[in-house]
Design a protein around this ligand. Structure first.
Ligand SMILES: Cc1cc2nc3c(=O)[nH]c(=O)nc-3n(C[C@H](O)[C@H](O)[C@H](O)COP(=O)(O)OP(=O)(O)OC[C@H]3O[C@@H](n4cnc5c(N)ncnc54)[C@H](O)[C@@H]3O)c2cc1C
Length: 486
């Protein structure tokens, strides 16, 4: 490029919304994952017209553009060596509709702020990533993020009602407007036709159809949300749902309307300690059947990572070496609803290999302290890693009934590959676990160790258990090489 990129971008945006200084580029080179790519420029568009111009610029100059909202992604999907489009400052409008039954959001609205607006209606958005205090709607939708209570049915894929998007060809469509369906068919005919052809080929192949149906019964953010092909008939609806979880690779999400879910006022939260992680996994199904809204798993090593932090339950330090915990929360509209769930829980306690009697609390500060245990794990490991190593957080899902066996196999892999300080925690109710390892990449031997380990993990998750290599964090650069395998 003969002319400087900043000067060229000056034809689209005012100078104060184009950043090309080294300090800005370095500051934007990382998201929350461990990859590093320095962009050539960071731009802050304020309108759809500017985004359309940026898409045309990208095409004309062969420079990729990547959108970023909060940049809390963990798989390397919100970094680029092209142009980084920062939406975090100017796209934060939130509009409550139908008395809180639905909410209209721009991509830069912070998830927790949307929930604050919805609070008085006792509603919230379905997706509930642990990062919700920072994560923004563009990223939450584009990663198809989920979390503690969201499961497979309340994520963005299932709760986005309408979506307004702009394609790389500069065309803007809104699924709320019936006329846009016809316009999409005419104006973007090649895309319309290919979506239709793909859909027909899937519907005509029972094995592929069944495979897709089965794959999306578990949380799954590997590759595109191809379940859209079997869930929707209209090509524009298929595309709108492929955009959810597409990590910005198919187009720009300008606005979305989400159907909200109840935010139950009554909660009972408890930490259940088990003799070992296998026994904890055996408790997931009975707890879910008793009505638990959240069942979060923590192995002993993960609890060790936070036991010295302020306000952690004292009992954690005293647990035996192989112990594991489940953070369990029951939720309801009324005390009576909670009592019914608690009765169901008490009826199954004999089946559980508990280390001590389960105690539940309705005191908000105590509940917050339990959640602090669970949410502090990933940052805690990052804080104590050896200098020069990266913290790698994987995000896999297994069928719930196989979770105990799968974790046992995973622990064998940790040993075989020398990951002595690996930790496991996660959303057990959905068979979704995160494991964290620290890894150096400064020698060929260390790189090879990680490669061999990851290949074994891929075989375990995909081939042995038919699970998902990414359940909620998105494919990113991290799992891109393995999408085809899955
Ligand atoms: C401590 C911690 C805990 C986490 N816990 C969870 C969890 O429980 N569950 C979970 O699912 N995730 C979790 N995450 C991962 C991450 O926070 C979520 O996926 C979050 O939703 C990402 O939002 P963001 O605003 O940071 O998106 P970003 O990282 O900024 O972007 C995510 C992707 O969306 C694309 N994008 C953003 N806006 C648009 C747009 N308008 N149009 C098109 N593409 C767009 C970006 O290009 C990128 O590919 C966690 C991360 C951290 C650091």
């Amino acid at each position: 490029m003969d002319q400087k990129i900043g000067d060229l971008l000056g034809a689209i945006l005012p100078a104060d919304r184009i950043k090309t200084g080294l300090i800005d580029l370095v500051a934007s080179a990382s998201d929350a994952g461990f990859y590093y790519l320095r962009p050539q420029a960071v731009v802050l568009p304020v309108s759809e017209a500017e985004v359309i111009s940026l898409l045309a610029f990208s095409k004309q100059h062969h420079i990729p553009i990547v959108f970023r909202t909060a940049g809390t992604s963990l798989s390397g999907q919100s970094i680029t060596d092209g142009i980084l489009v920062d939406l975090s400052q100017h796209w934060n409008k939130i509009t409550i509709e139908n008395s809180g039954e639905q909410v209209r959001v721009k991509p830069g609205a912070i998830g927790a702020n949307v929930n604050t607006y919805l609070k008085k209606y006792q509603r919230k958005i379905g997706p509930d990533p642990a990062s919700i205090n920072a994560a923004m709607m563009g990223g939450i939708i584009s990663n198809n993020a989920s979390g503690m209570c969201c499961g497979v049915t309340k994520n963005s894929y299932h709760t986005v009602k309408y979506i307004t998007f702009i394609l790389p060809n500069g065309k803007r469509y809104n699924t709320e407007l019936p006329a846009d369906y016809e316009r999409f068919e005419k104006e973007s005919a090649p895309i319309y036709d290919q979506l239709k052809t793909l859909r027909d080929s899937i519907l005509n192949d029972q094995a592929v159809y069944d495979k897709i149906r089965q794959k999306y019964q578990t949380k799954n953010t590997v590759g595109y949300s191809v379940n859209a092909f079997i869930d929707f008939k209209e090509p524009m609806d298929v595309l709108a749902h492929l955009l959810i979880g597409a990590e910005g690779t198919l187009g720009f999400i300008a606005e979305a309307v989400l159907e909200t879910v109840p935010d139950y006022p009554e909660k009972l939260t408890g930490m259940l300690y088990f003799t070992d992680i296998y026994s904890a996994c055996q408790a997931i199904r009975p707890l879910t059947n008793a009505g638990a809204a959240a069942v979060e798993l923590m192995d002993r090593a993960s609890m060790q990572s936070i036991e010295n932090m302020e306000s952690m339950p004292a009992v954690i330090k005293t647990l035996p070496e192989n112990a594991a915990a489940l953070l369990v929360e029951f939720q309801g509209n009324t005390q009576d609803e909670l009592k019914t769930q608690m009765d169901a829980f008490l009826a199954i306690t004999n089946e559980l290999s508990l280390l001590q009697e389960a105690e539940f609390t309705s005191v908000a500060s105590e509940q917050a302290s339990f959640w602090k245990v669970r949410k502090g794990m990933f940052p805690a490991v990052g804080a104590v890693r050896a200098s020069g190593t990266s913290v790698i957080l994987e995000d896999v899902a297994f069928p719930v009934d196989s979770l105990g066996d799968a974790i046992t196999d995973l622990q064998i892999l940790f040993k075989e590959h020398g990951y002595t300080r690996a930790i496991i925690f996660g959303h057990a109710k959905d068979g979704n676990i995160h494991f964290v390892v620290t890894q150096a990449f400064d020698t060929p031997a260390e790189i090879e160790r990680y490669q061999l380990f990851l290949q074994d993990v891929v075989d375990l998750v995909v081939k042995k258990y038919n699970g998902a290599l990414k359940a909620e964090h998105g494919t990113g650069r991290n799992m891109a090489p393995f999408v085809e395998t899955e």
